[in-house]
Design a protein around this ligand. Structure first.
Ligand SMILES: Nc1ncnc2c1ncn2[C@@H]1O[C@H](COP(=O)(O)OP(=O)(O)O)[C@@H](O)[C@H]1O
Ligand SMILES: [Mg+2]
Length: 296
């Protein structure tokens, strides 16, 4: 049986018993493509469907460094047509730097989608499946999101350790599928260029927003010092940050243009316009120029 038939059958099975469907596979096996198939199949069946995009590097929903949640209203050709309705901030484009934050971000978006009444929640993930890190990430994502379905795209035996962990369980139901027959491998440079395209796209609608630094909550998992006053002002430049609201919800992401301690000002380039709603800043572990280039 060819891959497309197997994929169609898998979609039909999920449609018949919708729930959280976690997609797992190495890079370029077709996870994001399968996500669009699942979205379209669920929509056609009349299910309210959510997408959680946990691929923090090649982000289709929400900007890179975040886990986005969106509700596609009609059929899609590509996952990046799904608008982010909410996002969780990770602050890195690889899950390696802060796996706990990455997993919690994914889980928070999945549970929000469930809470908001999505019948099907399609969860796209990073291609990090190998080694201890890959195994740990998938194990923790499954533990934290409690999926009804895990769809694995297998090239060889790279997913054996993850599958081993699920053996004997009634849930999640595991569907083992071949990679997309049409999938194209992307080089490191292509991935980076695509990431920068996504960052630039996100910053297109951005403008500078000034926030009073002393009044802000500061979530810091990366800097040595918790006292920002000890950090040179220049350290802030181009830092990728999340803007958090009163309940810790992430309103938007942005890149720091300038910190000015003397004037108690943090200036951020972000599509978010409403400074009064921003109660906190989540520091990321990457730098992005105003043009959307990854820096230092
Ligand atoms: N059936 C297909 N026909 C044409 N292009 C495809 C097909 N499946 C995947 N691709 C392309 O191959 C690349 C990798 O697929 P993608 O779904 O993004 O994989 P992943 O999300 O696992 O990294 C993308 O550029 C995608 O557009
Ligand atoms: Mg993908």
């Amino acid at each position: 049986m060819n891959w497309a038939r197997e994929w169609s059958r898998a979609c039909a099975r999920v449609v018949a018993a919708p729930g959280v469907a976690l997609l797992v596979g190495a890079p370029d096996t077709g996870k994001s493509t399968l996500a669009t198939w699942l979205v379209n199949a669920c929509l056609q069946a009349g299910h309210r469907v959510a997408v959680v995009d946990a691929d923090v590097g090649q982000s289709d929903v929400g900007p890179p460094g975040t886990v986005g949640l969106g509700y596609p209203a009609g059929p899609i050709d590509r996952l990046d047509q799904v608008q982010a309705a909410a996002m969780a901030f990770v602050g890195a484009t690889s899950p390696a730097r802060h796996p706990a934050r990455h997993v919690v971000a994914t889980a928070s978006m999945v549970w929000q989608a469930r809470r908001e009444g999505a019948a099907a929640v399609v969860v796209d993930t990073t291609g990090t499946v190998s080694g201890r890190l890959g195994q740990m990430l998938k194990e923790l994502k499954i533990a934290a999101t409690c999926p009804e379905w895990v769809l694995v795209l297998e090239r060889g035996d790279e997913l054996a350790p993850i599958l081993r962990g699920l053996r004997g369980r009634a849930e999640p139901k595991v569907l083992r599928l071949p990679p997309s027959g049409g999938a194209r491998e992307r080089s490191r440079e292509e991935r980076r260029a695509n990431r920068e395209r996504l960052l630039a796209r996100y910053l297109e609608a951005a403008s500078p927003l000034d926030l009073p630094l002393t009044g802000l909550g500061l979530v810091n998992s990366f800097w040595e010092s918790d006292l920002y006053e000890e950090v040179p002002e220049s350290e802030w430049q181009h830092l990728w940050v999340g803007l958090a609201g009163a309940r810790g919800e992430v309103l938007a992401a942005g890149t720091v243009l300038e910190a000015h301690y003397g004037e108690d000002r943090l200036r951020i380039l972000t599509p978010w316009k409403e400074g009064a709603a921003v109660k906190g800043i989540i520091l990321g572990d990457m730098r992005v120029t105003p043009e959307g280039r990854e820096a230092g």
